[in-house]
Design a protein around this ligand. Sequence first.
Ligand SMILES: *Cc1c(COP(=O)(O)O)cnc(C)c1O
Length: 345
Amino acid sequence: MGKFIDLRSDTVTTPTPEMRRAMADAEVGDDVYGEDPTVNRLQELAAEKVGKEAALFVTSGTQGNQCAVMTHTQRGDEIILEAESHIFYYEVGGVALLSGAQARTIKGTRGALDPKDVMAAIRDDDLHHPRTSLVCLENTHNRAGGAVIRPEQMKAVYDLAKSHGLNVHLDGARIFNAATALGRPVTDLTRNCDSVMFCLSKGLSAPVGSILAGSREFIDRARKNRKVMGGGMRQSGVIAAAGLIALEKMVDRLAEDHANAQVLAKGLAAMPGIALDPSTVETNIIYFDLTHPDLDGMSLPAALKKEGILVNPSHGRRLRMVTHKDVSRKDADAALVVISRVMKA
Ligand SMILES: *Cc1c(COP(=O)(O)O)cnc(C)c1O
């Protein structure tokens, strides 16, 4: 896809040359025996970065989230989630399928849960009720347009959850984007949860892998659940090596992606036929609505593809663009020129 400007997702990022070299040279062992030194180093560094006792290298964000839900719940439990959260919306019903848990969804405001709504959703011990055991948060919130949940908002939900004996899992697939946008240490965002998942792929550009972090006791139980999900990998140091570079070298450049998203958002907002408030774009994800009389969520991406720009089609009139390391400032400017031309044609 070399010649395309690919705005579909930050999942399309390719590993850097430094990652390729580190992967080729990685020292490895059998990780199911706990003997892969590169995986062990990655897990230690990841735990330290997010301020947790221990971490587990998982195959994907989905596996990390599902493994967390399975570790925090018993079958028949109810878990509280934001209505548009990734765990509820995009993980193939895994909460029911893998953990036998039931989802209770709450509509948030720009992805943030109101503690009053969480409070109202927590079950009492009536004979008829399932047990509420977990609250899941998401930061940045994907379907809310890469919205950043503030540390104070997270703390309010966490304190409430703890006062009711519930655990909190943070789907922090893009938690480093959130920290970058706030200009605060990532630990300000990972303090108010019992477990956190974040992706080494996506903006951090590793080819494969995510991290699940929490207390040592939690991670020991999660490792068993990862095994049953087929995530017990062997010489996975080959991919963990890229994850180490993702954590050490790729976090600081996320600000560039946010700046390029602003360039795109401001340019798009100025075009007739597009409804977008650039102030709603806080990180690297841009959602906008098409008001153009002749173009919709299917036809605009199709027209752009012919001009070398990739955007995921949508059955509605809402489209998403995502910036990442393989979209430069020049690409953002070039994309705007093409989009403007296509919208006028
Ligand atoms: C991408 C994403 C995930 C899942 O990650 P995969 O590695 O694609 O399984 C989970 N949560 C959020 C918010 C995401 O954006």
